[in-house]
Design a binder for this molecule. Sequence first.
Ligand SMILES: Nc1ncnc2c1ncn2[C@@H]1O[C@H](COP(=O)(O)OP(=O)(O)OP(=O)(O)O)[C@@H](O)[C@H]1O
Ligand SMILES: [Mg+2]
Length: 240
Amino acid sequence: MAYVALRSVRKRYSDKEILKGVSIDIQRGELISIVGPSGSGKTTLLRLIDGLDFPDSGEIFIDGIKLTMENAPKLRKKVGMVFQNPVLFDASVYDNVAFSLKFRGLPDDLIRQRVEAALNLVMLNDLAKRSALTLSGGEAQRVALARALVYDPELILLDEPTANLDPANVLIIEGALREANLQEKTVVLVTHNIFQAKRLANRVALLLEGEMVEVQETESFFNRPLDPRTRRFIDGDLVY
Ligand SMILES: Nc1ncnc2c1ncn2[C@@H]1O[C@H](COP(=O)(O)OP(=O)(O)OP(=O)(O)O)[C@@H](O)[C@H]1O
Ligand SMILES: [Mg+2]
């Protein structure tokens, strides 16, 4: 079975239906990119997969287990989420990354090893002692990624992790995601940047007004889209 499976997921906020019956299978070890215009429901979809919110109807399975309000806290331990605007604690970079491991009661030497490895992945070892609140936007986003990677989650969800970042920071974050992909993590990357999807993803999914319009291998998605709306989206002609 797919690592993440959505079956006819619907979500409404007040009078507006945001997700209109979304179904998708995400395979273990793949890096899938979800693209779509602003307001199409991408963040909503990620929050449902992360168990931060729940569908009105339909089902979500993580590693074969149906996600419910009761088991969400347990299932979330398999998931690392990087939010669009990460909130860091008023503490050192090291402590920000170590927090979840300390919370889980891991021994100090193991914590040190894992935090150093995670900081290495995002090239932040030199800044380990810096106060996290003094970081640039790109550095902060890299800390957020290290924080998500440090406890070795099976599934990594990212919401626009490189929006508004300069090329150097984008390169580092994309490198860490490639590495995660090589290590057979399942990665769901929401991005506005179709070039980034092209560079990183095994498959690309287009979400339009709460509907999953097309999911294809990256090369086919860009070169042989099946839905005319995908072609218009790729060409930048889809204006809402
Ligand atoms: N908690 C909420 N209450 C009411 N409306 C919401 C809520 N969360 C999201 N929405 C609405 O749902 C729609 C989809 O929002 P969502 O954040 O999922 O879009 P998105 O695809 O992530 O957009 P963007 O690319 O701008 O981040 C928007 O119209 C948004 O205003
Ligand atoms: Mg969003």
